[in-house]
Design a protein around this ligand. Structure first.
Ligand SMILES: *Cc1c(COP(=O)(O)O)cnc(C)c1O
Length: 234
């Protein structure tokens, strides 16, 4: 089933790119495999997935050694400073940086390991109280401060749009994230690149692509519903 789902999402991504006048290669499809067992990830890998997204450090570091080395791992969940050391050097991008203190920790760890880390800044575009992410108003200053740190490179912005039944409701938030990235690009800050826009999930990735997403993060649409035992989704 995962193979068929992945193919269907791939078709939908390609169609959205065509409609938006964009090249298919401009959009990376990230298979969000959180809570899913290794055989599911292997099936997605065999069907062609090479970018996987996870939101928990423990689960991510457990899965990495069991899967092929050419997978690009994306940390998409909230990251605590005391866990930074477990993922620096292992993931190809951290999508969820939203504070200077977290960025400083990543920078320190990158220096210690003599490596470089690509990150996105998570923005709370809808101003939802329950969500992580920097506010649009505080974004420019945060970008400037993080850009000055060693070994950490801002590659763009990420947002988690509100949960909604109607993806059209999120179009303005995606448009807003795009506009924020254009504004920052215009400032020409050293060590800041705004090439990546990580936005859109199962319910709204088509709209996100139409509004300029370069990474869409699709979980349920590929792997099916997630079942959480006693613990809640974070
Ligand atoms: C779980 C998750 C997704 C995928 O959500 P689906 O609705 O299952 O596609 C995308 N982004 C983040 C940050 C997530 O935590």
């Amino acid at each position: 089933m995962i193979k068929e789902n992945l193919n269907a999402v791939e078709q939908a991504v390609a169609a959205a790119c065509r409609r938006a006048g964009r090249k298919r290669e401009e959009v990376t499809l990230i298979a969000v495999s959180k809570t899913k067992p290794l055989p599911d990830l292997k099936e997605a890998y065999e069907a062609g997935a090479r970018d996987f997204g996870e939101n928990k450090v423990q689960e991510l570091t457990d899965k990495i050694p069991s899967l092929p080395a050419d997978i690009r791992w994306h940390m998409i969940g909230h990251l605590q400073r005391n866990k930074v050391k477990y993922i620096v050097g292992k993931v190809s991008m951290i999508h969820s940086v939203d504070s200077l203190r977290l960025a400083e920790e990543i920078s320190k760890e990158a220096v210690r390991r003599d490596t470089e880390v690509d990150i996105l800044i998570e923005v709370n575009v809808a101003g939802e109280e329950s969500k992580y992410g920097v506010s649009p108003a505080a974004l420019p200053e945060l970008v400037k401060q993080i850009a000055a740190l060693q070994r950490i490179h801002i590659k763009g912005l990420m947002t988690i749009a509100p949960f909604t039944e109607n993806p059209e409701d999120n179009r303005l938030f995606f448009r807003k994230l795009k506009q924020l990235s254009v504004d920052i690009e215009g400032k020409n800050i050293d060590n800041v690149n705004m090439a990546v826009l990580s936005m859109g999930m199962t319910g709204d990735y088509i709209v996100a692509i139409e509004e300029g997403a370069t990474c869409v993060r699709v979980g349920t649409g590929i792997f099916g519903e997630r079942y959480y035992g006693a613990s809640k989704e974070s």
